[in-house]
Design a protein around this ligand. Structure first.
Ligand code: FAD
Length: 398
């Protein structure tokens, strides 16, 4: 029989470190969190009105946060994929979904394809200053008539017969994050509409090129701190050195890019949900009704139990999938599952947190409604729930 001293007690207070993270990752976590809390979060409310300033990029570049997993030869920190995951998690402490998204588009959506498929000259021109935060990147896939169905895009790039080294681009892109502030866009075009998936080509188009028109600042439900643009491309001329990757392989390049983007987005959802739950827990311990803390009502207690279980399940799915990704696998099915599940539970958690706050949850002052509005995007952006379900379902041969 066990003696009293050998009885195992639940270690609810234990500090957990997942096996994918090292002590260095944890130190990085601390420094990003401290930066986000001290330098970003105090401005979160103001930036909801104005969008966050461009100066955040050079500041984060100076701290080394824009190139955590990027090669040292281009000014990055040379870290692994997990370091990028740490950024996605800790930037949630800025309390600004729009800022987190603007940074992620720069570091984890637009930059990876330039590093993976770009020429040395393209990397020097765009990646080196982007890691310093001196140039800002955006990514243009979606168009007014085609989002989920990327194969339906109409933006055309045509070689000019009179100048065989020049392409002329016409078309439009919408919902483009960083579209107003960016220096360059990774642009998805069709070069051969008859060639199906083999007719796409990516371009690096400077946003100050003649014919690039930043048409409109789009107003949104949430993510107010980010800028979202409707863009037009009217007879935009670029040299053939602006082609990113292989002519005709743009569709495959962008599908690869989306995998990393989705997993980073899923990590952001998990940590955003966790933070929202923690704040709500504090509220549930402070707020009283009918003579007791509201958190002590079984109904509310169970809401927390449900939320915590969902968050933990989503986190493990993200981490295990990241582990496979880092180790050279290409787990598209699990990335889709992680994106789908983390986005859904983040919205569910934010919704329950509003409920637990009661009327206060509906007030801007408490910030929970903003989390709900910001999180809602994740079920749409970078591939909707329905598209994720379709990828998962099809992966079983259906
Ligand atoms: C704030 C914000 C920021 C964004 N940032 C960027 C960015 O930086 N760059 C960029 O390129 N894009 C960006 N997007 C675009 C985003 O990725 C698209 O909105 C998204 O992929 C969905 O495309 P859509 O809006 O055209 O919807 P649609 O494709 O028109 O879909 C409408 C509905 O039909 C459903 N549907 C479509 N096809 C199927 C199908 N085969 N089976 C079942 N259901 C289907 C969808 O799931 C959805 O419910 C952003 C969007 C927002 C809102």
């Amino acid at each position: 029989m066990a003696t009293t001293s050998s009885v195992l007690k639940p270690d609810f207070g234990a500090k957990r470190k997942h096996f994918i993270f090292t002590d260095e990752h944890e130190q990085l976590r601390e420094s990003i969190r401290s930066f986000a809390q001290k330098e970003l979060a105090p401005h979160a409310d103001e930036w909801e009105e104005t969008t966050f300033p461009d100066s955040v990029f050079p500041r984060m570049g100076g701290l080394g946060f824009l190139g955590l997993d990027k090669p040292e030869e281009y000014g990055g920190q040379g870290g692994d994929y997990y370091s990028s995951l740490v950024l996605a998690e800790e930037i949630a402490h800025a309390n600004s979904g729009g800022l987190a998204m603007g940074i992620a588009v720069h570091t984890d959506m637009a930059m990876p394809p330039i590093l993976a498929f770009g020429t040395e000259a393209q990397k020097q021109e765009w990646v080196v200053p982007a890691i310093k935060g001196e140039k800002i990147l955006c990514l243009g896939i979606t168009e007014p008539d085609a989002g989920s169905d990327v194969s339906g895009i109409k933006t055309r790039a045509v070689l000019d017969p009179a100048h065989p080294n020049e392409y002329v681009i016409n078309g439009s892109k919408t919902y483009i994050t960083n579209g107003h502030r960016a220096d360059v866009i990774v642009l998805v075009t069709k070069t051969d509409p008859e060639a199906g998936y083999d007719g796409f080509t990516l371009f690096l188009v400077p946003m100050d090129a003649p014919g690039v028109i930043r048409e409109k600042r789009l107003e949104k439900l949430g993510m107010h701190a980010s800028d979202t643009a409707l863009l037009a491309f009217q007879d935009v001329r670029v040299p053939d050195t602006a082609v990113l990757g292989q002519v005709g392989k743009g569709f495959y390049h962008i599908m690869w890019e989306l995998q990393g983007e989705r997993l980073i987005g899923a990590a952001g959802c998990v940590s955003g949900a966790q933070l929202c739950m923690e704040r709500t827990l504090q509220y549930a311990l402070e707020r009283t009704a009918f003579g007791r803390q509201i958190g002590k009502f079984q109904v509310i207690r169970h809401k927390f139990a449900e939320m915590a279980t969902k968050i933990e399940a989503a986190r493990q799915l993200v981490y295990m999938t990241a582990w496979r990704f880092q180790n050279g696998e290409y787990p598209v099915r699990e990335i889709s599952m992680a994106k789908l599940y983390a986005s859904r539970i983040a919205v569910e958690v934010a919704d329950e947190c509003i409920q637990i706050h009661g009327g206060a949850g509906y007030m801007k002052e408490y910030g929970v409604e903003r989390v709900w509005r910001d999180m809602r995007l994740n079920r749409i952006g970078a591939g909707t729930d329905e598209i994720m379900l379709d990828v998962i379902g099809r992966s079983y041969g259906l």
